[in-house]
Ligand binder design. Structure first.
Ligand SMILES: Nc1ncnc2c1ncn2[C@@H]1O[C@H](COP(=O)(O)OP(=O)(O)OP(=O)(O)O)[C@@H](O)[C@H]1O
Length: 250
């Protein structure tokens, strides 16, 4: 099966600090691939190298059958490489439906100059409502986005990303700052998002990772020390000593 995303021998240094070391990884169609590792292992840097926010010193990023290594972040986004928007990019005064309708409108190539029409365009609204229903916000469509709970805002971020119909979604710590009930809800939600597109998930919440991931890659000091199913990763002595053991002690 051809991977959706394939990283080949990526490198990235900040001065003398080699943050990403000859890193190779792939994400397959239909999977949730989780990337875990201790603080400072280089996860955020790697996500930046994949999205195009950061340029790699060497190596290749192959996405949806093409080499996107030299493409900018917007070009990679247009090629279908999705990422969740930050909560700060949600328009708090607009309803959840209007926020998603604007994203659908942007994806369909309409100009933002006509954004006032987004709220009244039935086809945009129908698509936006369907996406909101998928992320569990079907009954919160008319709520101003600023009034949603933190967890609901996370769901809205996902809806905004899905409105762009990505071929792969990069998720950087979706559970951060959410309580146990919201984490459980988001975990269930990500299981359904997986039906729409594969996910590369960076997450510190190990319970969520082990429940969600089809495969897990463990990053330590910029190197992948293991990739495997949750059971394989749990059983790996190298992973236990490098990462999971350390977590258990805290
Ligand atoms: N712009 C930068 N300039 C210099 N060093 C940087 C820069 N960005 C990150 N680093 C360093 O690169 C290393 C990896 O950082 P990164 O944020 O990618 O790790 P991380 O795994 O995402 O960490 P965390 O889990 O804490 O978010 C760290 O040692 C960090 O201090």
């Amino acid at each position: 099966m051809t991977p959706v995303l394939q990283l080949e021998n990526l490198n990235k240094a900040y001065g003398a600090l080699q943050v990403t070391k000859n890193l190779s990884l792939d994400v397959r169609p239909g999977e949730i691939h989780a990337l875990i590792g201790p603080n400072g292992a280089g996860k955020t840097t790697l996500i930046g190298q994949i999205s195009g926010a950061l340029t790699s010193d060497s190596g290749r990023v192959l996405f949806a059958g093409r080499d996107v290594s030299r493409l900018s972040l917007p070009e990679r986004a247009r090629a279908g490489l999705g990422r969740t928007f930050q909560i700060t990019q949600i328009l708090p005064e607009f309803s959840a439906l209007e926020n998603v309708a604007l994203a659908v409108q942007a994806h369909e190539g309409h100009s933002f100059r006509f954004f006032r029409n987004a709220a009244t365009d039935p086809s945009l609204n129908d698509k936006a409502a369907a996406i909101l229903a998928d992320v569990g916000l079907g009954d919160r469509c008319t709520e101003p986005a600023g009034q949603l709970s933190h967890g609901e805002k996370r769901s809205l971020e996902l809806a905004l990303a899905l409105a762009l119909e990505p071929k792969l979604l990069l998720l950087d710590e979706p559970m951060a700052g959410t309580g146990p009930a919201e984490t459980e809800r988001l975990t269930e939600l990500l299981k359904t998002v997986k039906n729409r597109c594969p996910l590369l998930l960076v997450e510190h919440d190990m319970a969520a990772v082990f429940e969600l991931a089809d495969r897990i890659s463990v990053l330590v000091y910029g190197e992948i020390i293991a990739t495997g199913t949750p059971d394989q990763i749990r059983a790996s002595k190298e992973v236990q000593s490098a990462y999971l053991g350390e977590e258990d002690e805290t």
